[in-house]
Design a protein around this ligand. Structure first.
Ligand code: ADP
Ligand code: MG
Length: 238
């Protein structure tokens, strides 16, 4: 079953074509990584899937439904950004509960979801703390927790690890892969880091100038790049 489908999607900003004729079928529970150099259209693609950016042309489907005109909050997705801002005056519990409160979830359901997410992320001991009392890695977990409590069918992540130091970044890669196994959801993950893409993705989508260059599993991509750009990009150090 297809989880997210792009059909001939374009995004124009004035004269600039940021996303050009992208077609892609992401399977249910797949971990797909969008990778490419800065400015190639990764964030724009993700933001269109999230509904944060209007589509200029084409269709995006979640499941069988075309969601072009569906508001972000009504799509069965949650997004984690690079610059996740936690609410500084709220403790960890309230940061994670906030979105559910807005959506008028019952209190016991909120409690159940926050506890469960905290458990999965190993932050049960931190629920009373304020963001400034947390390390970078702990803050990133809380940001993930805010998405997990939504229990979405699809997770979108835009360079969620790029603000962490190198050691923590490697550790979080493994944790995110585990999280994907545990949650059994579709993940669409954006990075400009080839190593991150190659170690995390079931399939990798390589972008250049808004155009999909190749969609393949890591090994095929490595062994059989479609063109010089893909070969050079995948083969070069991050
Ligand atoms: P990436 O995430 O791969 O670095 P983006 O999707 O952010 O790339 O940007 C793709 C292209 O679209 C870039 O040239 C960028 O400058 C441009 N762009 C992105 N958002 C806007 C916007 N709101 N207005 C004008 N141009 C934009
Ligand atoms: Mg980006």
């Amino acid at each position: 079953m297809a989880s997210v489908t792009l059909e001939h999607v374009y995004k124009r900003f004035g004269d600039l074509v940021a996303v050009k004729d992208q077609s892609l079928e992401i399977k249910d529970k797949e971990f797909v990584v969008l990778v490419g150099p800065s400015g190639c259209g990764k964030s724009t693609t993700l933001r269109m899937i999230a509904g944060l950016e209007e589509i200029s042309e084409g269709d995006i489907k979640i499941g069988d439904n075309i969601v072009n005109d569906v508001a972000p909050k009504d799509r069965d997705i949650a997004m984690v950004f690079q610059n996740y801002a936690l609410y500084p005056h709220m403790n960890v519990y309230d940061n994670m509960a906030f979105g559910l409160k807005l959506r008028k979830f019952p209190k016991d359901e909120i409690e159940r979801r926050v506890q469960e997410a905290a458990d999965i992320l190993g932050i049960e001991q931190l629920l009373e703390r304020k963001p400034k009392q947390l390390s970078g890695g702990q803050r990133q977990r809380v940001a993930l927790g805010r998405a997990i409590v939504r229990e979405p069918q699809v997770f979108l992540m835009d360079e969620p690890l790029s603000n962490l130091d190198a050691k923590l970044r490697v550790q979080m890669r493994t944790e995110l892969s585990k999280l994907h196994d545990e949650l059994q959801t579709t993940m669409i993950y954006v990075t400009h880091d080839q190593t991150e893409a190659m170690t995390m993705g079931d399939r990798i989508v390589v972008l250049k100038d808004g155009v999909i260059q190749q969609v393949d599993d890591p090994l095929s991509l490595y062994n059989h790049p479609n063109n010089m750009f893909v070969g050079g990009f995948i083969g070069s150090p991050a």
